[in-house]
Design a binder for this molecule. Sequence first.
Ligand code: NDP
Length: 482
Amino acid sequence: MSKSHLNLIAGTWSAGEKEIENRNPSDVSDLIGMYTQASGDQLSATIQRAKHAQREWAAYGLERKQAVLNAIGTELMARSQELGTLLSREEGKPLAEGKGEVYRAGQFFSYYAAECLRQLGENADSVRDGIEIDVRREPVGVVAVISPWNFPTATASWKIAPALCYGNAVVWKPANLTPASAVALTEIIAKQDIPEGLFSLVMGSGKAIGQRLVESPEVDAITFTGSVPVGKQIAAAAVANLTKVQMEMGSKNALLVMDDADIELAVTVAAGGAFGGTGQKCTASSRLIVHESICDAFTEKLIAAAKALTLGHALEDGTQIGPVVSEQQLQENLDYVEIGIKEGADLICGGERVDMPQEGYYMSPGIFMNTHNSMRINREEMFAPLASIISVGSYDEALSVVNDTKFGLTSGIVTKSLARATHFRRNAKTGVVTVNLPTAGTDYHVPFGGRGDSSYGPREQGRSAVEFYTTVKTAYISSGDV
Ligand code: NDP
């Protein structure tokens, strides 16, 4: 019998209505465990409890909160090998990436532990004589955290850490494809010095428990990372209750390779950005916009780089690309390959299902060439190890292609020209811009987020997170002298 894993409801580990299986996408015969699914009543009970717990937590001293966040961060970093192995086993990213993700999650907690002590307000003189003004931030209350499967520990941590830092309670609904990482993080948080019920784990399907959570008028703020269609539903639910909402969604990131680029560097940057994490990153470089004068040389080297990547079981030594996360995701990826070919793009390598000794969801990294920006493969997020090459004749044309998208999360340029890099940094319409670096890969102490359909609401991470996780109070103080 496989172990059953429980939700954390109102401070108690609890079984829900039913269970789901969690299987390893590298080897579907490997059953990781059974995971309970919260009921509607459990969700209501845990939100009620969270409201009380939040008030207790907000009253904790700053150093007491800081100690809690530090302890969570320290444990995540210390256990990154063990928890990274679990993450890679259920999500399919190579072990080094799984371990790196858990370590990074720990860094989010350490960073926000320090932020506990850096909560400074503002003060001002009133325009009226004898009155002073104090502007300070207070917690928003109960925060609903809804996270995706592709960075199951890091994404949740960059939401949970600031939520706790600024004095809020958290009700977390993780993606049902990666429940093991969610239980592991919850176990670490639950054993800390926190009020009972401050932190809840409500595993369950998005349609059932996720939807109910975002529709709850008892929730004060909703932070979501996931797809655009689900994001739009969540925004509608939030507006119906006038609930504060923040969302990070899909994208269609472009990497621009200019005629003066170092081609070896450009290929390394493009291959890492396009195929790292099996292309399942919101920051993946899926449009490679290349100057026509170097397009053939770049393409030849990129094909060689893609073919040289070792595809395999996420936990095996030497694996550089793991499986995609699920059979459904693999099927959607293969559908995009068909769509691209039907639209007239040339699939010049990979893009196929690959059989391994063990049954899993393996797909070879694929490259399209002779594509143009109006094709669906260049307009819709694929979330796959697939990249399209778009050949352009000038920098101006390239920049207009980069910006011709409804998304706007990340973009990058490979160039030796400081003038072009500077122009690009200032004119690319994305929330993150990289120069001679992959479009994927960001830090934790600075803002992260996009424009257009990629993001909605205040930025995440770094000190920007304070905007979403707090609300401002303006106090007018008179000495009372008349
Ligand atoms: P989904 O939007 O399908 O799911 C995201 C989360 O929302 C999951 O926990 C899911 O639960 C939940 N959910 C689904 N339906 C609802 C609903 N009606 N109400 C409330 N919650 C719901 O995205 P994926 O998990 O497939 O993640 C991939 C997507 O995430 C990609 O589009 C990617 O671009 C985006 N992403 C964006 C990032 C960014 O920062 N911009 C970073 C990482 C990913 P369940 O698992 O049960 O479906």
